[in-house]
Design a protein around this ligand. Structure first.
Ligand code: ADP
Ligand code: MG
Length: 396
């Protein structure tokens, strides 16, 4: 990884290692409903254990806003972790203070300690120095494997590094950076990006940064209505971000001048706005009538996108192409996901909802990389240095 220490560079024998993981997982009645992020952390934890180190795991979960919220306790996650790893998993009800210190001191070889939700303390998100120092005092070494939180400068991702002798990237962090870097370095061409999802403002910086090396920019999902509207196409009652229309126009202009072909939807699946249950129907062209709203891309759009995808050697996909949580409006997203899965090129999915869709379609293993970070992958692809990566120790 670009100039930073990784967990393999550390002498771990007998050392306590503070591992920042991303266990911000969905819970339903105290049960973990999606353990992908926990599984993604296992390689690093197992490596530390095998090397004689003692891992202390820390994560945030949800938005407790600096207070102890019982529903956002990481305790159930300790149970899930214990079922996935061959080690004893201990849990302590605070991430700093006397109890955490005692638990850290008592940690034996072959055991893992999970600390309680970092965000129960307001100092975590404020990147508070003395809180960072308290976290650091629990261990000898630091490893950051929480790619999904690396775009935040918080005490456990940034501040803590100052107080540790060595701060290294974990395997997941390393892999994320390596894979995503292939999308901004010198990607094999043709290079196609498919952008969808809800918010134009989230995705524009990525499109801007990638434009110079993109051959095709395929825009679908709710964000496409802002682009269509900006081009003067009627979109009925579909979601439009009016304050992003100028940005959309300028992006279309830049794409044209830089030789990237932009594909906007040629047709849609629409339903009458405000009527439930509604009967979906396809439109004849890109325009949408008054009172109708687009909920998925139509068959002609899918065909056009598929053909662009089939010849690409590098493919980035971020953002569902329709209201995929409500079948049958997942069809466009599913068909595009399947087309990408069939590609023999380098294929990456970014974004929490897109990754969930790929997993629901059972296509995860057929992508070169499914990023575990939503916001973090977008920030990375927009060219920013992630604070959680920047803070790691430089390799000499
Ligand atoms: P990701 O998390 O993959 O980056 P986003 O968060 O940007 O994706 O967007 C995902 C959301 O966008 C989903 O909830 C999906 O239902 C919604 N969405 C996409 N297209 C439409 C549409 N045409 N109408 C309503 N919702 C849509
Ligand atoms: Mg999302």
């Amino acid at each position: 990884m670009t100039g930073k220490l990784t967990v393999e560079d550390l002498s771990l024998e007998g050392r306590r290692v503070f591992v920042r993981v991303d266990y911000n997982v969905p819970l339903k009645e105290s049960a973990v409903t999606d353990d992908r992020r926990i599984r993604a952390s296992l390689a690093t934890i197992e490596h530390i254990l095998r090397s004689g180190g003692r891992p202390l795991l820390a994560s945030h979960l949800g938005r407790p806003k600096g207070r102890k919220v019982q529903e956002l306790s990481l305790r159930p996650v300790a149970g899930t972790l214990a079922s996935l790893i061959r080690a004893r998993v201990r849990f302590v009800e605070d991430c700093v203070g006397p109890e955490a210190e005692r638990a850290s001191a008592a940690l034996r070889e072959g055991e893992v300690l999970l600390l309680e939700n970092l965000r129960f303390h307001p100092e975590e998100e404020k990147n508070d120095e003395s809180f960072a120092r308290q976290l650091a005092s629990l261990a000898d070494l630091y490893v950051n494997d929480a790619f999904g939180a690396a775009h935040r400068a918080h005490a456990s991702t940034a501040g803590i590094c100052k107080f540790m002798s060595q701060a290294a990237a974990g395997f997941l962090m390393e892999r994320e950076i390596k894979m995503l870097s292939r999308l901004i370095g010198e990607p094999e061409r043709p290079y196609v990006a498919i952008l969808g999802g809800a918010k134009v403002s989230d995705k524009i910086p990525v499109a801007r940064n990638l434009l110079p090396c993109l051959d095709g920019l395929l825009v679908g999902g709710a964000m496409s209505f802002t682009f269509l509207k900006a081009r003067g196409v009627p979109v009925g009652a579909s979601l439009v971000e009016r304050d992003q229309m100028d940005v959309a126009v300028s992006l279309l202009r830049d794409a044209a001048s830089q030789g990237a072909r932009v594909l906007l939807p040629e047709d849609h699946i629409v339903i009458p706005a405000g009527v439930e249950p509604a009967t979906p129907r396809p439109t004849l062209g890109p325009g949408i009538e008054e009172g109708q709203r687009g909920v998925d891309v139509g068959p002609r759009t899918v065909a056009a996108f598929r053909s662009a995808i089939s010849t690409a050697r590098t493919i980035l996909w971020n953002g569902p192409l329709g209201w995929f949580e409500h079948p049958p409006f997942d069809l466009g997203t599913r068909q595009i996901a399947e087309e990408i899965a069939c590609s023999r090129g380098f294929t990456v999915v970014g974004g929490g909802d897109s990754a969930a869709a790929v997993s629901a379609f059972g296509l995860e293993s057929r992508f070169s990389h499914v990023s575990t970070g939503g916001g973090a992958s977008l920030e990375f692809l927009s060219g920013a240095t992630l604070p959680g990566v920047g803070a790691l120790t430089d390799r000499r």
